[in-house]
Design a protein around this ligand. Structure first.
Ligand code: NOJ
Ligand code: MG
Length: 539
Protein backbone atom coordinates (compact mmCIF):
# COMPACT_ATOMS: atom_id res chain seq x y z
CA UNK A 1 0.00 0.00 0.00
CA UNK A 2 2.85 2.38 0.78
CA UNK A 3 2.58 5.52 2.84
CA UNK A 4 1.39 7.74 0.09
CA UNK A 5 -2.37 8.15 0.34
CA UNK A 6 -3.63 11.59 1.35
CA UNK A 7 -5.66 9.94 4.07
CA UNK A 8 -2.49 8.44 5.54
CA UNK A 9 -0.83 11.83 5.91
CA UNK A 10 -3.97 13.75 6.63
CA UNK A 11 -6.11 14.60 9.61
CA UNK A 12 -9.82 13.91 9.27
CA UNK A 13 -12.26 16.28 10.96
CA UNK A 14 -15.75 15.04 11.77
CA UNK A 15 -18.51 17.59 11.30
CA UNK A 16 -21.87 17.02 12.96
CA UNK A 17 -23.76 19.28 10.56
CA UNK A 18 -26.71 20.05 12.84
CA UNK A 19 -24.29 21.70 15.26
CA UNK A 20 -21.54 23.23 13.17
CA UNK A 21 -23.00 26.47 11.78
CA UNK A 22 -26.54 27.61 11.14
CA UNK A 23 -26.73 30.04 8.21
CA UNK A 24 -30.48 30.66 8.12
CA UNK A 25 -31.47 31.15 11.74
CA UNK A 26 -33.61 28.02 12.18
CA UNK A 27 -31.38 26.83 15.01
CA UNK A 28 -30.03 23.85 13.05
CA UNK A 29 -26.65 23.84 11.32
CA UNK A 30 -26.58 23.50 7.54
CA UNK A 31 -24.36 23.20 4.47
CA UNK A 32 -24.10 26.94 3.69
CA UNK A 33 -23.05 27.29 7.33
CA UNK A 34 -20.22 24.82 6.85
CA UNK A 35 -19.16 26.73 3.74
CA UNK A 36 -19.13 29.97 5.75
CA UNK A 37 -16.85 28.42 8.33
CA UNK A 38 -14.57 26.50 6.00
CA UNK A 39 -11.80 28.99 6.65
CA UNK A 40 -11.70 27.91 10.28
CA UNK A 41 -10.87 24.41 9.14
CA UNK A 42 -8.19 25.40 6.65
CA UNK A 43 -6.71 27.79 9.21
CA UNK A 44 -6.69 24.91 11.68
CA UNK A 45 -5.05 22.71 9.05
CA UNK A 46 -7.27 19.69 8.55
CA UNK A 47 -7.09 17.63 5.36
CA UNK A 48 -10.59 16.21 5.11
CA UNK A 49 -14.03 16.69 6.54
CA UNK A 50 -16.45 13.86 7.18
CA UNK A 51 -20.04 15.02 7.39
CA UNK A 52 -22.46 13.06 9.57
CA UNK A 53 -25.57 12.31 7.45
CA UNK A 54 -27.08 15.14 5.42
CA UNK A 55 -29.66 13.12 3.47
CA UNK A 56 -33.43 13.46 3.63
CA UNK A 57 -34.55 11.93 6.89
CA UNK A 58 -37.42 12.07 9.37
CA UNK A 59 -34.58 12.77 11.88
CA UNK A 60 -35.73 10.16 14.39
CA UNK A 61 -32.00 9.43 14.78
CA UNK A 62 -30.92 12.84 13.50
CA UNK A 63 -30.06 11.69 10.00
CA UNK A 64 -28.95 8.12 10.68
CA UNK A 65 -32.45 7.20 9.49
CA UNK A 66 -32.13 7.90 5.78
CA UNK A 67 -35.19 8.17 3.53
CA UNK A 68 -33.29 9.07 0.33
CA UNK A 69 -29.62 8.18 -0.09
CA UNK A 70 -29.02 10.47 -3.03
CA UNK A 71 -30.60 13.66 -1.78
CA UNK A 72 -29.97 16.46 0.69
CA UNK A 73 -32.42 17.14 3.51
CA UNK A 74 -33.92 20.64 3.22
CA UNK A 75 -32.92 21.36 6.82
CA UNK A 76 -29.29 21.19 5.62
CA UNK A 77 -29.84 22.93 2.28
CA UNK A 78 -29.88 21.81 -1.34
CA UNK A 79 -27.83 19.72 -3.70
CA UNK A 80 -26.41 22.99 -5.04
CA UNK A 81 -25.29 23.92 -1.54
CA UNK A 82 -23.50 20.62 -1.28
CA UNK A 83 -21.86 21.02 -4.69
CA UNK A 84 -20.71 24.50 -3.68
CA UNK A 85 -19.30 23.21 -0.42
CA UNK A 86 -17.44 20.38 -2.14
CA UNK A 87 -16.02 22.76 -4.76
CA UNK A 88 -14.90 25.24 -2.12
CA UNK A 89 -13.35 22.52 0.02
CA UNK A 90 -11.52 21.06 -2.97
CA UNK A 91 -10.28 24.50 -3.94
CA UNK A 92 -8.68 24.65 -0.50
CA UNK A 93 -7.25 21.15 -0.77
CA UNK A 94 -9.75 19.70 1.70
CA UNK A 95 -11.41 16.35 0.89
CA UNK A 96 -15.08 15.73 1.65
CA UNK A 97 -16.38 12.43 3.00
CA UNK A 98 -20.02 11.53 3.54
CA UNK A 99 -21.58 9.23 6.09
CA UNK A 100 -23.11 6.17 4.45
CA UNK A 101 -25.70 4.22 6.43
CA UNK A 102 -26.03 0.84 4.72
CA UNK A 103 -27.39 -1.33 7.52
CA UNK A 104 -30.81 0.28 7.81
CA UNK A 105 -33.03 2.86 6.21
CA UNK A 106 -35.72 5.03 7.68
CA UNK A 107 -39.12 3.34 7.84
CA UNK A 108 -40.21 6.25 5.65
CA UNK A 109 -37.87 5.24 2.84
CA UNK A 110 -39.98 4.27 -0.20
CA UNK A 111 -38.27 0.86 -0.15
CA UNK A 112 -39.53 0.08 3.33
CA UNK A 113 -42.97 1.55 2.73
CA UNK A 114 -43.32 -0.81 -0.21
CA UNK A 115 -41.78 -3.72 1.68
CA UNK A 116 -44.14 -3.27 4.57
CA UNK A 117 -47.23 -2.87 2.42
CA UNK A 118 -47.69 -6.56 1.59
CA UNK A 119 -45.97 -9.92 1.77
CA UNK A 120 -46.20 -10.03 -2.04
CA UNK A 121 -44.63 -6.69 -2.71
CA UNK A 122 -41.53 -6.95 -4.94
CA UNK A 123 -39.59 -5.09 -2.25
CA UNK A 124 -40.70 -7.42 0.56
CA UNK A 125 -37.35 -9.21 0.53
CA UNK A 126 -35.37 -5.96 0.68
CA UNK A 127 -35.72 -6.09 4.46
CA UNK A 128 -35.46 -8.95 6.93
CA UNK A 129 -38.98 -10.32 7.49
CA UNK A 130 -39.61 -13.55 9.38
CA UNK A 131 -42.52 -15.54 10.81
CA UNK A 132 -42.84 -15.96 14.56
CA UNK A 133 -41.64 -19.11 16.24
CA UNK A 134 -44.38 -21.69 16.81
CA UNK A 135 -45.00 -20.22 20.27
CA UNK A 136 -45.62 -16.81 18.68
CA UNK A 137 -42.34 -15.37 19.94
CA UNK A 138 -39.65 -13.61 17.91
CA UNK A 139 -37.72 -15.71 15.34
CA UNK A 140 -34.48 -15.72 17.37
CA UNK A 141 -33.23 -14.46 20.72
CA UNK A 142 -31.13 -11.68 19.21
CA UNK A 143 -31.15 -8.36 21.04
CA UNK A 144 -31.01 -4.91 19.57
CA UNK A 145 -28.67 -2.16 20.74
CA UNK A 146 -30.97 -0.94 23.49
CA UNK A 147 -31.39 -4.43 24.95
CA UNK A 148 -34.83 -5.76 23.94
CA UNK A 149 -35.63 -8.16 21.08
CA UNK A 150 -34.16 -7.11 17.74
CA UNK A 151 -37.38 -8.33 16.10
CA UNK A 152 -40.29 -5.96 15.80
CA UNK A 153 -43.78 -7.33 15.23
CA UNK A 154 -45.68 -5.79 12.33
CA UNK A 155 -49.39 -6.36 12.71
CA UNK A 156 -50.46 -5.44 9.19
CA UNK A 157 -48.66 -8.31 7.46
CA UNK A 158 -48.29 -10.63 10.46
CA UNK A 159 -44.48 -10.96 10.48
CA UNK A 160 -41.53 -9.63 12.41
CA UNK A 161 -38.97 -7.33 10.85
CA UNK A 162 -35.41 -7.11 12.08
CA UNK A 163 -33.97 -3.83 13.37
CA UNK A 164 -30.84 -3.28 15.42
CA UNK A 165 -31.54 0.36 16.27
CA UNK A 166 -34.89 2.20 16.43
CA UNK A 167 -38.22 0.75 15.30
CA UNK A 168 -38.08 3.34 12.54
CA UNK A 169 -34.68 2.02 11.35
CA UNK A 170 -35.45 -1.37 9.74
CA UNK A 171 -32.38 -3.37 8.66
CA UNK A 172 -31.91 -3.87 4.95
CA UNK A 173 -31.56 -7.45 3.71
CA UNK A 174 -28.01 -7.43 2.37
CA UNK A 175 -28.37 -11.05 1.21
CA UNK A 176 -30.56 -9.74 -1.59
CA UNK A 177 -28.40 -8.89 -4.65
CA UNK A 178 -30.87 -6.17 -5.67
CA UNK A 179 -30.29 -4.43 -2.33
CA UNK A 180 -26.53 -4.70 -2.78
CA UNK A 181 -26.65 -3.15 -6.24
CA UNK A 182 -29.06 -0.39 -5.23
CA UNK A 183 -26.86 0.56 -2.30
CA UNK A 184 -23.63 0.36 -4.30
CA UNK A 185 -25.26 2.67 -6.81
CA UNK A 186 -25.74 5.26 -4.06
CA UNK A 187 -21.97 5.19 -3.53
CA UNK A 188 -21.39 5.59 -7.26
CA UNK A 189 -23.78 8.53 -7.34
CA UNK A 190 -21.72 10.47 -4.80
CA UNK A 191 -18.36 9.41 -6.15
CA UNK A 192 -19.38 10.77 -9.53
CA UNK A 193 -20.27 14.07 -7.83
CA UNK A 194 -16.77 14.37 -6.46
CA UNK A 195 -17.17 12.94 -2.96
CA UNK A 196 -13.82 11.62 -1.76
CA UNK A 197 -15.02 8.73 0.35
CA UNK A 198 -17.37 7.53 3.03
CA UNK A 199 -17.60 6.71 6.67
CA UNK A 200 -19.59 3.51 6.80
CA UNK A 201 -22.09 3.47 9.64
CA UNK A 202 -22.62 0.37 11.80
CA UNK A 203 -20.87 -1.97 9.37
CA UNK A 204 -20.68 -4.89 11.80
CA UNK A 205 -24.41 -5.41 11.93
CA UNK A 206 -24.90 -5.52 8.17
CA UNK A 207 -25.70 -9.23 7.81
CA UNK A 208 -27.26 -11.78 10.15
CA UNK A 209 -27.13 -15.57 10.23
CA UNK A 210 -29.56 -16.98 7.65
CA UNK A 211 -30.49 -19.86 9.95
CA UNK A 212 -31.39 -17.46 12.78
CA UNK A 213 -29.36 -19.40 15.33
CA UNK A 214 -29.79 -18.19 18.91
CA UNK A 215 -26.95 -16.29 20.57
CA UNK A 216 -25.41 -17.79 23.74
CA UNK A 217 -25.49 -15.86 27.03
CA UNK A 218 -22.48 -13.72 27.89
CA UNK A 219 -20.95 -15.04 31.13
CA UNK A 220 -18.89 -11.85 31.54
CA UNK A 221 -21.85 -9.46 31.37
CA UNK A 222 -21.62 -6.64 33.91
CA UNK A 223 -25.14 -5.31 34.51
CA UNK A 224 -25.26 -1.55 34.78
CA UNK A 225 -21.83 -1.12 33.19
CA UNK A 226 -22.29 -2.89 29.88
CA UNK A 227 -24.95 -1.93 27.40
CA UNK A 228 -27.99 -4.16 27.93
CA UNK A 229 -27.60 -6.05 24.63
CA UNK A 230 -24.25 -7.31 25.87
CA UNK A 231 -25.95 -9.85 28.13
CA UNK A 232 -25.70 -12.17 25.15
CA UNK A 233 -22.72 -12.84 22.92
CA UNK A 234 -23.77 -11.52 19.53
CA UNK A 235 -22.11 -14.29 17.57
CA UNK A 236 -24.88 -14.90 15.04
CA UNK A 237 -26.05 -11.39 14.23
CA UNK A 238 -22.84 -9.32 14.41
CA UNK A 239 -19.68 -9.42 12.30
CA UNK A 240 -20.70 -12.31 10.05
CA UNK A 241 -18.30 -13.53 7.35
CA UNK A 242 -20.73 -12.24 4.70
CA UNK A 243 -20.21 -8.72 6.07
CA UNK A 244 -16.47 -8.94 5.50
CA UNK A 245 -17.12 -10.10 1.93
CA UNK A 246 -19.46 -7.18 1.34
CA UNK A 247 -16.83 -4.78 2.70
CA UNK A 248 -14.54 -6.02 -0.08
CA UNK A 249 -17.25 -5.27 -2.64
CA UNK A 250 -17.71 -1.78 -1.21
CA UNK A 251 -14.01 -1.19 -1.64
CA UNK A 252 -14.19 -2.34 -5.25
CA UNK A 253 -16.95 0.19 -5.86
CA UNK A 254 -15.00 3.14 -4.45
CA UNK A 255 -11.92 2.02 -6.36
CA UNK A 256 -13.86 2.25 -9.62
CA UNK A 257 -13.08 5.96 -9.59
CA UNK A 258 -9.40 5.75 -8.77
CA UNK A 259 -7.34 4.90 -5.76
CA UNK A 260 -7.58 8.12 -3.76
CA UNK A 261 -11.12 7.53 -2.52
CA UNK A 262 -11.25 6.21 1.00
CA UNK A 263 -13.51 4.13 3.21
CA UNK A 264 -13.70 4.65 6.95
CA UNK A 265 -15.79 2.20 8.91
CA UNK A 266 -17.43 2.07 12.28
CA UNK A 267 -16.90 -1.45 13.58
CA UNK A 268 -16.68 -1.32 17.35
CA UNK A 269 -15.04 -4.75 17.55
CA UNK A 270 -12.11 -6.16 19.51
CA UNK A 271 -8.71 -5.49 17.97
CA UNK A 272 -8.24 -8.91 16.35
CA UNK A 273 -11.56 -8.59 14.54
CA UNK A 274 -11.02 -4.99 13.45
CA UNK A 275 -7.75 -5.76 11.73
CA UNK A 276 -9.48 -8.45 9.66
CA UNK A 277 -11.21 -5.61 7.79
CA UNK A 278 -7.95 -4.37 6.34
CA UNK A 279 -6.95 -5.48 2.87
CA UNK A 280 -4.75 -3.96 0.23
CA UNK A 281 -7.35 -3.89 -2.49
CA UNK A 282 -10.27 -5.62 -0.82
CA UNK A 283 -10.48 -4.00 2.59
CA UNK A 284 -11.40 -0.84 4.46
CA UNK A 285 -8.54 1.67 4.56
CA UNK A 286 -9.59 3.15 7.91
CA UNK A 287 -11.40 0.63 10.11
CA UNK A 288 -11.89 2.88 13.11
CA UNK A 289 -9.81 2.16 16.17
CA UNK A 290 -12.00 3.30 19.07
CA UNK A 291 -9.68 2.20 21.88
CA UNK A 292 -8.90 5.75 23.08
CA UNK A 293 -12.62 6.42 23.56
CA UNK A 294 -12.82 4.05 26.48
CA UNK A 295 -9.33 3.07 27.60
CA UNK A 296 -8.22 3.48 31.19
CA UNK A 297 -6.11 6.65 31.08
CA UNK A 298 -2.99 4.90 32.25
CA UNK A 299 0.43 5.14 30.63
CA UNK A 300 1.26 1.44 30.71
CA UNK A 301 -2.21 0.42 29.55
CA UNK A 302 -2.09 2.78 26.58
CA UNK A 303 1.52 1.94 25.70
CA UNK A 304 0.61 -1.75 25.82
CA UNK A 305 -2.36 -1.21 23.56
CA UNK A 306 -0.31 0.74 21.01
CA UNK A 307 2.16 -2.16 20.90
CA UNK A 308 -0.57 -4.75 20.46
CA UNK A 309 -2.39 -2.71 17.86
CA UNK A 310 0.67 -2.02 15.74
CA UNK A 311 1.74 -5.65 16.01
CA UNK A 312 -1.71 -6.87 14.96
CA UNK A 313 -1.84 -4.77 11.78
CA UNK A 314 -1.42 -6.86 8.65
CA UNK A 315 1.39 -5.88 6.27
CA UNK A 316 0.59 -2.62 4.52
CA UNK A 317 -2.23 -1.70 6.90
CA UNK A 318 -2.29 1.86 8.20
CA UNK A 319 -3.22 2.60 11.83
CA UNK A 320 -5.78 5.19 12.95
CA UNK A 321 -6.94 6.82 16.18
CA UNK A 322 -10.16 8.40 17.43
CA UNK A 323 -10.58 10.45 20.62
CA UNK A 324 -14.19 11.47 20.30
CA UNK A 325 -17.31 11.36 18.17
CA UNK A 326 -21.01 12.17 18.28
CA UNK A 327 -21.81 8.98 20.20
CA UNK A 328 -19.37 9.28 23.10
CA UNK A 329 -18.87 11.70 26.00
CA UNK A 330 -16.40 14.40 25.05
CA UNK A 331 -12.74 13.81 25.81
CA UNK A 332 -12.44 16.99 27.91
CA UNK A 333 -15.30 15.72 30.08
CA UNK A 334 -13.91 12.22 30.36
CA UNK A 335 -10.35 13.25 31.21
CA UNK A 336 -10.65 16.84 32.38
CA UNK A 337 -9.39 19.91 30.52
CA UNK A 338 -5.70 19.48 31.39
CA UNK A 339 -5.48 15.87 30.24
CA UNK A 340 -7.52 16.71 27.14
CA UNK A 341 -4.49 18.73 26.02
CA UNK A 342 -2.22 15.76 26.59
CA UNK A 343 -4.71 13.55 24.76
CA UNK A 344 -4.63 15.88 21.76
CA UNK A 345 -0.85 15.58 21.66
CA UNK A 346 -1.17 11.80 21.83
CA UNK A 347 -3.79 11.65 19.07
CA UNK A 348 -1.72 13.84 16.77
CA UNK A 349 1.67 12.19 17.30
CA UNK A 350 0.84 8.48 17.35
CA UNK A 351 1.45 6.67 14.08
CA UNK A 352 -1.73 6.62 12.02
CA UNK A 353 -4.57 8.74 10.74
CA UNK A 354 -6.17 10.88 13.47
CA UNK A 355 -9.85 11.77 13.43
CA UNK A 356 -10.82 14.94 15.27
CA UNK A 357 -14.42 15.47 16.32
CA UNK A 358 -15.72 19.01 15.90
CA UNK A 359 -15.20 21.07 19.03
CA UNK A 360 -12.42 18.86 20.35
CA UNK A 361 -10.04 21.57 19.14
CA UNK A 362 -11.77 23.97 21.53
CA UNK A 363 -11.79 21.61 24.49
CA UNK A 364 -15.58 21.54 24.44
CA UNK A 365 -17.19 19.64 27.26
CA UNK A 366 -20.47 17.73 27.48
CA UNK A 367 -23.40 20.03 28.06
CA UNK A 368 -25.89 18.76 30.63
CA UNK A 369 -29.33 18.77 29.00
CA UNK A 370 -32.31 19.73 31.19
CA UNK A 371 -34.82 16.84 31.31
CA UNK A 372 -37.45 18.65 29.22
CA UNK A 373 -34.97 19.35 26.42
CA UNK A 374 -33.56 15.88 25.84
CA UNK A 375 -33.86 14.97 22.14
CA UNK A 376 -31.80 11.83 21.57
CA UNK A 377 -34.15 8.81 21.49
CA UNK A 378 -31.41 6.66 23.02
CA UNK A 379 -31.66 8.73 26.21
CA UNK A 380 -35.20 7.38 26.63
CA UNK A 381 -34.34 3.81 25.71
CA UNK A 382 -31.09 3.47 27.70
CA UNK A 383 -31.16 5.95 30.57
CA UNK A 384 -27.79 7.59 31.10
CA UNK A 385 -26.62 6.91 27.53
CA UNK A 386 -28.15 9.90 25.76
CA UNK A 387 -25.84 11.55 23.23
CA UNK A 388 -27.15 15.12 23.22
CA UNK A 389 -24.42 16.38 25.60
CA UNK A 390 -21.64 15.77 23.03
CA UNK A 391 -23.70 17.04 20.09
CA UNK A 392 -24.28 20.63 21.20
CA UNK A 393 -23.47 23.56 18.87
CA UNK A 394 -20.01 24.87 18.06
CA UNK A 395 -19.38 28.21 19.79
CA UNK A 396 -17.85 30.68 17.35
CA UNK A 397 -18.06 33.80 19.53
CA UNK A 398 -19.54 34.99 22.81
CA UNK A 399 -22.93 36.10 21.44
CA UNK A 400 -26.07 34.59 22.93
CA UNK A 401 -26.34 32.26 19.91
CA UNK A 402 -22.54 31.75 20.13
CA UNK A 403 -22.15 32.86 16.52
CA UNK A 404 -23.70 29.48 15.66
CA UNK A 405 -27.22 30.73 15.08
CA UNK A 406 -29.25 33.91 15.19
CA UNK A 407 -32.18 31.74 16.28
CA UNK A 408 -32.62 29.33 19.14
CA UNK A 409 -30.05 26.54 18.80
CA UNK A 410 -31.62 23.08 18.57
CA UNK A 411 -29.57 22.02 21.60
CA UNK A 412 -28.22 24.44 24.21
CA UNK A 413 -24.72 25.82 23.65
CA UNK A 414 -23.96 25.73 27.37
CA UNK A 415 -22.30 28.61 29.23
CA UNK A 416 -19.00 26.80 29.70
CA UNK A 417 -18.70 26.00 26.01
CA UNK A 418 -19.81 29.49 24.98
CA UNK A 419 -16.76 30.80 26.84
CA UNK A 420 -14.57 28.30 24.93
CA UNK A 421 -15.53 29.89 21.61
CA UNK A 422 -13.28 30.16 18.57
CA UNK A 423 -12.93 33.96 18.68
CA UNK A 424 -11.78 33.87 22.30
CA UNK A 425 -9.18 31.19 21.65
CA UNK A 426 -7.88 32.07 18.22
CA UNK A 427 -5.14 34.48 19.24
CA UNK A 428 -4.46 33.12 22.69
CA UNK A 429 -1.11 31.33 22.66
CA UNK A 430 -2.19 29.24 25.65
CA UNK A 431 -5.51 28.09 24.23
CA UNK A 432 -6.59 24.57 23.28
CA UNK A 433 -7.26 25.85 19.77
CA UNK A 434 -3.71 27.18 19.43
CA UNK A 435 -2.36 23.88 20.72
CA UNK A 436 -4.32 22.01 18.07
CA UNK A 437 -3.28 24.36 15.30
CA UNK A 438 0.36 24.06 16.32
CA UNK A 439 0.17 20.27 16.54
CA UNK A 440 -1.38 20.11 13.08
CA UNK A 441 1.25 22.50 11.75
CA UNK A 442 4.04 20.48 13.30
CA UNK A 443 2.70 17.28 11.72
CA UNK A 444 2.56 18.95 8.35
CA UNK A 445 6.19 20.07 8.58
CA UNK A 446 7.51 16.91 10.14
CA UNK A 447 7.38 13.73 8.08
CA UNK A 448 8.80 11.74 11.00
CA UNK A 449 5.62 12.45 12.99
CA UNK A 450 3.47 11.16 10.16
CA UNK A 451 5.30 8.32 8.48
CA UNK A 452 8.20 7.78 10.88
CA UNK A 453 8.73 4.54 12.74
CA UNK A 454 7.33 4.26 16.25
CA UNK A 455 9.62 3.19 19.09
CA UNK A 456 8.18 2.82 22.52
CA UNK A 457 10.41 4.33 25.20
CA UNK A 458 10.28 2.74 28.64
CA UNK A 459 9.20 5.31 31.19
CA UNK A 460 8.10 5.01 34.78
CA UNK A 461 4.86 5.96 36.47
CA UNK A 462 2.39 8.11 34.61
CA UNK A 463 4.66 8.94 31.72
CA UNK A 464 3.97 7.61 28.25
CA UNK A 465 6.93 8.16 25.93
CA UNK A 466 7.84 7.21 22.40
CA UNK A 467 10.07 8.25 19.55
CA UNK A 468 9.00 8.83 15.96
CA UNK A 469 12.02 8.31 13.76
CA UNK A 470 12.73 8.84 10.09
CA UNK A 471 16.09 8.92 8.32
CA UNK A 472 18.07 11.75 9.89
CA UNK A 473 15.25 12.82 12.20
CA UNK A 474 14.05 11.75 15.61
CA UNK A 475 11.25 13.18 17.70
CA UNK A 476 10.59 12.25 21.31
CA UNK A 477 7.04 12.54 22.62
CA UNK A 478 6.72 12.42 26.40
CA UNK A 479 3.27 12.66 27.95
CA UNK A 480 2.57 12.94 31.65
CA UNK A 481 -0.80 11.30 32.11
CA UNK A 482 -0.92 12.20 35.77
CA UNK A 483 -1.26 15.41 37.79
CA UNK A 484 2.12 15.26 39.56
CA UNK A 485 5.42 16.46 38.10
CA UNK A 486 7.64 13.77 36.64
CA UNK A 487 11.29 13.61 35.72
CA UNK A 488 12.72 11.43 33.01
CA UNK A 489 16.37 10.54 32.96
CA UNK A 490 17.49 10.66 29.36
CA UNK A 491 20.38 8.23 28.94
CA UNK A 492 23.38 9.42 27.00
CA UNK A 493 23.14 11.97 24.23
CA UNK A 494 20.62 9.96 22.26
CA UNK A 495 17.57 12.01 23.11
CA UNK A 496 19.13 15.37 23.68
CA UNK A 497 17.45 18.12 21.75
CA UNK A 498 15.04 20.95 22.21
CA UNK A 499 11.37 21.28 23.02
CA UNK A 500 9.40 21.90 19.84
CA UNK A 501 6.01 22.04 21.50
CA UNK A 502 4.57 21.64 24.97
CA UNK A 503 1.01 21.53 26.23
CA UNK A 504 2.30 24.14 28.70
CA UNK A 505 3.18 27.31 26.84
CA UNK A 506 6.55 28.94 27.36
CA UNK A 507 8.83 25.96 26.87
CA UNK A 508 9.47 26.28 23.16
CA UNK A 509 13.11 25.87 22.28
CA UNK A 510 14.12 24.77 25.78
CA UNK A 511 17.10 22.44 25.60
CA UNK A 512 16.70 18.87 26.77
CA UNK A 513 19.86 17.25 28.06
CA UNK A 514 20.34 14.43 30.54
CA UNK A 515 16.80 14.64 31.82
CA UNK A 516 13.41 15.94 30.97
CA UNK A 517 11.18 17.57 33.55
CA UNK A 518 7.46 17.35 32.98
CA UNK A 519 4.90 19.33 34.92
CA UNK A 520 1.77 17.49 36.00
CA UNK A 521 -0.52 17.02 32.99
CA UNK A 522 2.20 18.12 30.62
CA UNK A 523 3.10 16.67 27.27
CA UNK A 524 6.07 17.70 25.17
CA UNK A 525 7.38 17.00 21.72
CA UNK A 526 11.18 17.16 21.58
CA UNK A 527 13.16 17.44 18.38
CA UNK A 528 16.24 15.34 19.02
CA UNK A 529 19.67 16.32 17.77
CA UNK A 530 20.32 14.76 14.43
CA UNK A 531 23.03 12.19 14.04
CA UNK A 532 22.61 10.69 17.50
CA UNK A 533 21.99 6.94 17.65
CA UNK A 534 18.47 5.55 17.79
CA UNK A 535 17.21 5.44 21.37
CA UNK A 536 16.08 2.32 23.07
CA UNK A 537 14.92 3.35 26.48
CA UNK A 538 14.49 6.01 29.08
CA UNK A 539 14.28 4.96 32.71
C1 NOJ B 1 -23.80 4.72 14.66
C2 NOJ B 1 -23.95 6.20 14.60
O1 NOJ B 1 -22.72 6.81 14.86
C3 NOJ B 1 -25.02 6.55 15.61
O2 NOJ B 1 -25.10 7.93 15.82
C4 NOJ B 1 -26.32 5.98 15.10
O3 NOJ B 1 -27.33 6.21 16.06
C5 NOJ B 1 -26.21 4.48 14.87
N1 NOJ B 1 -25.00 4.11 14.19
C6 NOJ B 1 -27.35 4.00 14.01
O4 NOJ B 1 -27.19 4.48 12.70
MG1 MG C 1 -28.23 -5.67 9.63
Amino acid sequence: MGNTGWWQHGVIYQIYPRSFMDSDGDGVGDLPGILERLDHLTWLGVDAIWLSPIHPSPMDDFGYDVSDYTGVDPVFGTMDDLDRLVAAAHARGVRVLLDWVPNHTSDQHPWFRASRSSRDDPRRDWYVWRDPRPDGGPPSNWLRYVGDSAWRWDQATGQFYYRVFLDSQPDLNWRNPAVQEAMFDTLRFWLARGIDGFRIDALVVLVEDDQLRDNPPNPGYRPGRDLPYMRELSVWNVNRPETRELAARMRKVVDELGDDRVLLAELGLPLEQIVAYYGDSDGIQVPFNFELLTTAWDASVIAGYVDRYLAALPAGAWPNWVLGNHDTPRVATRLGPAQARVAAMLLLTLPGTPTLYQGEELGLEDVPIPPGQVLDPIARLVPGRGRDPERTPMPWDGDPGAGFSTGRPWLPVGDGNRARNVAAQRDDPASMLTLHRRLLGLRRQTPALVTGAYHRVEAAGDVLAYVRAAPGARWLVALNLGPSPARLAVPGPSLAGRVALSTHPGRDGQPVGGSLELAGDEGVVVECESGSPAPTSIS
